[in-house]
Design a protein around this ligand. Structure first.
Ligand code: FEO
Length: 168
């Protein structure tokens, strides 16, 4: 029966497997950002902590968007295991550099799924993923702007840098 149900779903099966891997990546991002928020919070870097608490919630929302899309299309979404979350960082700048790497990796992963959708004519999923393509561009840009600010402020006290982290 399970195989018949899978044959009737509107998502290409290989694409669905990639979407399930993406669910795990989004949940991993959420947990990474939660750890970063905690590191910042413990050091009184309030704006940075708020930034990463917000990011953590957003990544969980991304995960849930894909989760719902798979199940609403007749597929099977899987709740991911989350492992290997670092809790120590060398500096606040390193935290943001790692966050940018995380986002670049997620963007590349989304692009791979879009490319697969085109190859197998899964236009529904490609259309669904357009929101993620735009979201990734915005997220990368916001972290790049913060890293530019680090460069501009040079050796300024961390508190002063933290006060310039965007509120929204
Ligand atoms: Fe949902 Fe920014 O990765």
């Amino acid at each position: 029966m399970e195989n018949i149900a899978r044959q009737q779903i509107s998502i290409n099966l290989e694409v669905m497997d990639m979407l399930n891997q993406q669910i795990a990546k989004e949940q991993h991002s959420s947990s990474v950002y939660l750890a970063m928020a905690s590191w910042c919070d413990q050091r009184g870097l309030e704006r940075s902590a708020s930034f990463f608490y917000r990011q953590s919630v957003e990544e969980r929302e991304h995960m849930m968007k894909i989760f719902a899309f798979i199940n609403n299309s007749g597929g099977s979404a899987y709740s991911p295991d989350v492992t290997n979350i670092a809790h120590e960082y060398a500096s606040l700048k390193e935290v943001f550099e790692l966050a940018l790497q995380q986002e670049i990796s997620v963007t590349q992963s989304i692009y791979k799924i879009v490319a697969k959708c085109r190859k197998v004519n899964d236009f529904g999923t490609e259309n669904f993923l357009q929101w993620f393509v735009e979201e990734q561009m915005e997220e990368e840009q916001s972290i790049r702007d913060i890293l530019d600010m680090f460069d501009l402020m040079g050796d300024a006290p961390l508190k002063l840098i933290d006060e310039r982290i965007p509120k929204e």
